[in-house]
Design a protein around this ligand. Structure first.
Ligand code: ZN
Length: 228
């Protein structure tokens, strides 16, 4: 009876192996430095200034079924102290993911950067509903209506500097990719000043993409720094 129980248990374990094999995805549940978060009690700190050297580039965009992604080659950089981060791509989420003192935002842009040594850095720009956003107004007509691959859009440019708020103040915390494999060790910078987008702009996006971000993750003792 005991043996039969054990072999049944073994069979069950074998059935579950495919899931168990993706140990990295377990981080999504068990990780302790996960994104996004609710920024509730940041600690003021003298953080290095952000120096954006973003350059316009030919618009290369893809709809991956979850979001629209705009890719960049090598010309757009973010300098932080002596570190140089190159912009790889930006994409959008609804709702915004990271919250400020409990406030949930209807949308966020994630601008993903990588340093030469391979350090990943996600810069988050949050959007409130309000006035129309000029950068989104330029981009939205090029949103692919259906899932497709990366493709260049003729006679169109992408300029990530249009997605930056005037204020360069930011929050910083150690985070992760927000979807499987939820890899940690990603530096998260959340710009303090949200931008706005209009109700029609939000509706235009929502007509194409379902909500695509998980809720705030536990801080697990992490400290969020706030620049000043
Ligand atoms: Zn993202």
């Amino acid at each position: 009876m005991l043996l039969r129980g054990a072999s049944a248990g073994l069979a069950l374990a074998l059935l579950l192996l495919p899931q168990l094999a993706s140990a990295e995805s377990a981080l999504c549940q068990t990780g302790r430095r996960q994104s996004p978060i609710d920024i509730v009690a940041p600690v003021r700190h003298k953080l290095p200034a952000l120096e954006f050297r973003y350059r316009p580039a030919a618009l290369k965009i893809a709809n991956d079924g979850h979001t629209a992604r705009v890719r960049f080659a090598n010309a757009s950089q973010l300098l932080i102290g002596r570190e140089v981060f190159t912009l790889q791509q930006f994409h959008f989420h609804t709702p915004g993911g990271d919250r400020l003192a409990g406030e949930e935002f209807p949308m966020a842009a994630h601008l993903l950067h990588k340093s030469k040594s391979g350090q990943l850095l996600a810069l988050v720009v949050l959007f409130r509903q309000g006035a129309e956003n000029p950068a989104l107004a330029a981009l939205w007509p090029h949103l692919p209506a259906h899932a497709d691959g990366d493709h260049l859009v003729a006679n169109a440019t992408a300029d990530a500097s249009g997605l930056l708020p005037v204020s360069r103040a930011y929050y910083r915390y150690p985070g992760s990719l927000t979807a499987a494999p939820c890899t940690e060790g990603v530096t998260w910078l959340v710009m303090k000043q949200p931008l706005t987008l209009s109700a029609p702009q939000l509706a235009f996006w929502r007509a194409r993409f379902a909500d695509n971000i998980r809720g705030p993750q536990a801080l697990q003792g992490r400290i969020v720094e706030e620049s000043w």
